[in-house]
Design a protein around this ligand. Structure first.
Ligand code: PRT
Ligand code: ZN
Length: 286
């Protein structure tokens, strides 16, 4: 029988859809996991387990699953023996200290002797120890943001993404504890066969990630401006330049990364580029 790699992903919740999408973008056909514990991909040697995110590090440490997709916040809180192999670029958030909006927060010393409610006691303790602050940590299992309002705590440490939950509960974010995103983790002792499958999957994940961060750009350039325009373009090797049917014009094709995209487009227009088309890239293999 062909060897399979077992991956654990969240059964439902914030990471579920993006985890499934990532596998699908990698060409792995995942059947819907709702109400299912596991499924097998037909076109790739992968078995997919659907679990609560909190359990994933333990399952990967115990080799019940070989790899898993989970938030860094959970990996560090659970502190299991697993290796992070790749940042996945979704599920981005931060673990932060928040206090009542009207409080005068003077700095970390504010927390001295205070009661802090959180679902992340390990990370909070580590953070306070590093800062040399003593405070009471109250571990609660959910709805942390209501703790100050009902007199259960003076401050909270919770995950924040847009900040609207804090705002709606009369709180303000005052101190970052950890930045987090979804990561791929692996068991520390995979055999050679499984490592080979992991390498194949990682190769695909990296191609998908790279493509997401890049755009394919096509533009028309008058030949007398061509050198200036080419100088602005990075491209994978160098841009492709093709003559247009119209005399004196060329078509230029290149790849731009998301974070320099708008700057370069503005400069291209100024340099005389016209008819600029921007196209998403599905996979990018370098
Ligand atoms: O059922 P299961 O145990 O699997 O799921 P869960 O309910 O424990 O986790 P889930 O689905 O809420 O989150 C899974 C992972 O998503 C987290 O571990 C993080 O890595 C990541 N993530 C990213 C977030 C957020 N953003 C986030 N905003 N997880 C939770 N939140 C919550 C936060 O706790 C707060 O209640 O959203 C609220 C704040 O959001 P904003 O946008 O109002 O700031
Ligand atoms: Zn959870």
């Amino acid at each position: 029988m062909q060897q399979k790699l077992r991956i654990a992903i969240q059964k439902s919740g914030r990471l579920y859809e993006e985890s499934v999408k990532l596998l699908k973008d990698c060409g792995v056909d995942v059947k819907n996991g709702i109400n299912k514990l596991k499924t097998e991909a037909e076109n790739f040697p992968l078995e997919i387990y659907f679990l609560r995110d909190d359990d994933i590090p333990q399952y990967v440490e115990d080799a019940v699953a070989d790899i898993g997709i989970v938030g860094e916040n959970v990996v560090y809180e659970k502190n299991k023996k697993v290796q992070i192999v790749e940042e996945l670029g979704f599920g981005k958030c931060r673990l932060s200290v928040a206090v009542g909006r009207k409080e005068e927060y003077s700095g970390i010393a504010y927390l001295q002797g205070k009661r802090i409610a959180t679902t992340y006691p390990v990370l909070v303790k580590k953070f306070l120890d590093e800062k040399g602050v003593q405070a009471e940590i109250h571990e609660i299992s959910g709805s942390v943001e209501i703790a100050p309002g009902i007199g259960l705590a003076d401050a909270i440490v919770d995950l924040v993404s847009s900040g609207s939950t804090l705002f709606m509960n009369g709180l303000k974010e005052v101190e970052p504890v950890l930045k987090s995103q979804a990561v791929l983790i692996r068991n520390e002792q995979l055999d050679a066969g499984k490592l080979k499958i992991l390498d194949r999957l990682l190769f695909r994940i990296r191609a998908v990630k790279k493509a997401k961060n890049n755009k394919y750009v096509l533009l028309n350039a008058p030949n007398d401006k061509l050198q200036d325009i080419i100088a602005l373009l990075p491209g994978m090797k160098s841009p492709t330049v093709l003559p247009l049917a119209e005399e004196g014009w060329s078509s230029v094709h290149s790849v731009l990364s998301e974070n320099q995209f708008w700057d370069i487009i503005e400069q291209l227009k100024e340099a005389g580029a016209q008819g600029i088309l921007v196209i998403p890239i599905e996979k990018m293999i370098i």
